[in-house]
Write a protein that binds this ligand. Sequence first.
Ligand code: SAM
Length: 228
Amino acid sequence: MSRLILIPTPIGNLEDITFRAVRVLSEVDLVLAEDTRNTLKLLSHFNISKPIWSYHQHNEHQTTAKIVEEISAGKTIALVSDAGTPGISDPGYLLLRACLDVGIEIETLPGPTALIPALVNSGLPCDRFVFEGFLPHKKGRQTRLNQLTAHRYTFVLYESPHRLLKTLAQLIELFGPEHPASVSRELSKIHEETVRGGLQEIVNYYQTNTLKGEFVIVCGAIQNAERI
Ligand code: SAM
């Protein structure tokens, strides 16, 4: 039966793709990709040749209806993002909802995502956690920051290199300089590193070390501090 399949792709190391993801990618009729060039490279690496359509945050509203039509007409379509799991700080939700609304079957394969290795590797309690994704850049940022202090569990933030120090400074204002945290950079890549310690210690580290690549911030919750 035709359906939509969300397929996680590696966050850096190509060996992290699953056997199943490779097989399913080779079986679908069409692949929707955030960046068609990146996905073409990924598919070529695994000797897969498929039509690839562009599907990203700037065209998802215009193209969702057409994709739903294609699946309803009998196609099985895969959605991938540039890295990690579609729908996690990446397009996916809108299409998935539109498919569910007309009774199309959805499947999401288990696979790579940045938040889980960052969380587990942080050394902070990870039996329960909150995923915050990216904070808003401007409007609503302070409100979201203030809400972080209410968390009872470790929380995870995605951050870009040029906002990392600003966000850490804002976390210090809320939680204090010694509050336990961890920053993972370039997970699964050659320059992978995790810096653990107080928020200020992490800032000090990144003031003198390279600020390039992709980052995940993991921060302890105030209410959980006695466990750390
Ligand atoms: N869908 C992806 C997932 O499942 O993790 C997330 C996509 S989001 C647009 C990109 C953000 O994820 C980056 O800014 C960074 O915070 C995080 N990220 C992705 N790959 C990473 C990596 N290899 N190391 C550290 N963080 C990464």
